[in-house]
Structure formats: C-alpha cells, structure tokens
Design a protein around this ligand. Structure first.
Ligand code: NAP
Length: 274
C-alpha cells in the first residue's frame, strides 16, 4: 500500500540557514518509508531560532537535525544536553522525549564510525588538519576512542585551544613534515579541496606514503585531490560522504530506536552526488 500522511504522522526536520542544499530530507524520508515508520522530515530555513524552538515544542516536532549557523546557539533552548555534545560544544541532533528536548552530537559518531570501518583507533596517532566546528567533533570523538591527536591549523591559536580540549598537541600547517612521521592516520577537516577549488590539497604528495589511512571530511567532490593522491601512495581512503551517512544513521537510531537502513540511505547520497 502506498504510504500517505495522516493525523498520526510524526514530524521531523532540519533547521539551519541556508538549508536548501541539504541532503538530509531525502535520506531520512527514504529511511522512514523503507522502515515503514509513519513520519515525514522537512527542511526549515530558520533565522529566528527562539521562535522556531517555541514552534518545535508547541507542534510536538519529534526530532531535529541542526546545521550551520545554529549548532551552538541552539544549546540554551534545550532541556538536556548529552555529555559528548557538551564537550564538543555543539548540537546537531535534537530528540523530543515527551516534550523534553535533548541535544546530541552525531558528527563525532559519524567520523569515528567511518574510520572504525577500516582501522582500530585505540592507541593510534592521528593528525587532524583544521580546528573549526567539525574538527572539534572529530577530535573529541578520537580522544574518546583512545587515540592521540595532533591538531594542525592555519590559525595556530585555534589549534592550541582545540588541542587542549582533546589532550593533544598542536602546530601550524608549516610543521606537517615532522608530524607526518609521528601519525599513521590523517584526517582533513578543513574546507580545502571543496568544489569549486577541487584541485587543492594542504598535504604535499611526498608526505602521503607515511600514512596508512587518510580521511577527508570534504564530500564535494566525493574523491578530493587529497584522497586521489593518498590512494596513489597506497593509503586506505575514506570519503566525507561516509561521515555524512553515519552521522545521519546515528540520528535515525536516536529518533526511532531502530537500526537504520544503511544501504538505502547511502544510495540516496550517491544518487544525489553523482
Ligand atoms: P569551519 O568551522 O569554518 O572551519 C574551517 C577550517 O578550515 C578551519 O580550520 C580553517 O582554518 C580551515 N581553512 C579554511 N580555508 C583554509 C585555507 N585556505 N587554508 C588552510 N586552512 C583553511 O568549517 P567546518 O564546519 O569545520 O567544515 C569544514 C569542512 O568540513 C567543510 O568542507 C564541510 O563541508 C566539511 N564537513 C563535512 C562533514 C561530513 O559529514 N562529511 C561534516 C561537517 C563538515 P582557520 O581556523 O585558520 O580559518
């Protein structure tokens, strides 16, 4: 039977500004249909966050994805925040538990799960490029899994602050040669390499053979220059699309308490990107 919404349909959505580019509605709606869950997921372009959060409560919206620029500013509007989201200082997922709004961060889970598909993390030395919002989630997640982190960032002061948060070391981007001898895994969390500048990479090719695993958070293009170079030097590579997929899978699981249809959701992403 073809599904159609009725008076018991539950509402989920993404709030951000802008949200027109988001792949989350397509991914989550496919997951709801595939799992026979009577729910819909919509995109809300939100500028006035306080009013929107009043609406979430009064309309009984069951769950939210939260994206830029609201990942930090949403925190005061929530009733409870999970400990990893508090440490990271950002919420990308809200679960409405009986009108109590609870904040989570699934970005760190997405990154860790993508890496753990190809490598153990405990005891590993990991070089993280970048110290922005996504780097915070990645570094706190890696530390939680027992890895040692070195943060290298263009703005060194931001690297210092993040290194403190994850008990790691830090430097500018000019010390990559030295740090590459220490690390076996490399994670790029900067936006360098993203289209339309797809021919850029922060890492000189000559350093790449030192790493076993290289992950790029950039997913547009799916195969960045960094990943192409790394593959040519024998590294296992992980696209940012995997992190995007796994953070959404964790959201679905938090909202529904069910396992997510991983392959269906991945198909949505691949169809949208190719
Ligand atoms: P952000 O908070 O704005 O941080 C940007 C980072 O990139 C900063 O460390 C910045 O360095 C660095 N950077 C920017 N331009 C640079 C350049 N020309 N040279 C050297 N470093 C440069 O952004 P974000 O939210 O962390 O996102 C970063 C990237 O990750 C974006 O491409 C985003 O699409 C991607 N992302 C992917 C996922 C996923 O699920 N795959 C999730 C989140 C984000 P400074 O501190 O010196 O400015």
């Amino acid at each position: 039977m073809v599904w159609s919404p009725d008076t018991s349909t539950e509402l989920y959505g993404i709030i951000g500004h802008p949200v027109a580019h988001s792949l989350s509605p397509a991914m989550h709606n496919r997951a709801f249909r595939f799992s026979n869950i009577n729910a819909v997921y919509l995109a809300f372009d939100v500028v006035d966050l306080a009013s929107a959060m009043g609406g979430v409560r009064s309309l009984g919206i069951k769950g939210l994805s939260v994206t830029i620029p609201h990942k930090e500013s949403i925190m005061p509007f929530l009733d409870e925040i999970d400990s990893m989201a508090s440490r990271i200082g950002a919420v990308n997922t809200v679960v409405n538990k009986g009108n109590k709004l609870v904040g989570f961060n699934t970005d760190w889970l997405g990154a860790v799960r993508a890496l753990e598909e190809v490598t153990d993390l405990r005891g590993k030395n990991i070089l993280v490029l970048g110290a922005g919002g996504s780097a915070r989630a990645v570094c706190v997640g890696l530390r939680d899994r027992g890895a040692s982190v070195h943060v290298a960032n263009r703005t060194v002061e931001k690297a210092r602050v993040l290194a403190q948060l994850c008990d790691g070391a830090y430097s500018g981007l000019d010390e990559l040669d030295d740090v590459s001898n220490w690390a076996e895994i490399l994670v790029n969390t900067t936006s360098v390499g993203m289209l339309p500048d797809g021919d850029r990479s922060l890492v000189p090719e000559a350093l790449l053979s030192r790493f076993k695993v290289v992950m790029d958070l950039v997913y547009s293009p799916i195969e960045t220059k960094l990943l192409v170079d790394a593959k040519n030097h024998g590294c296992k590579v992980i696209s940012g699309l995997k992190m995007l997929l796994y953070q959404a899978i964790s959201q679905f699981e938090l909202w529904t308490g069910q396992s997510a249809p991983v392959q269906e959701m991945e198909k949505v992403l691949l169809d949208a990107m190719t």
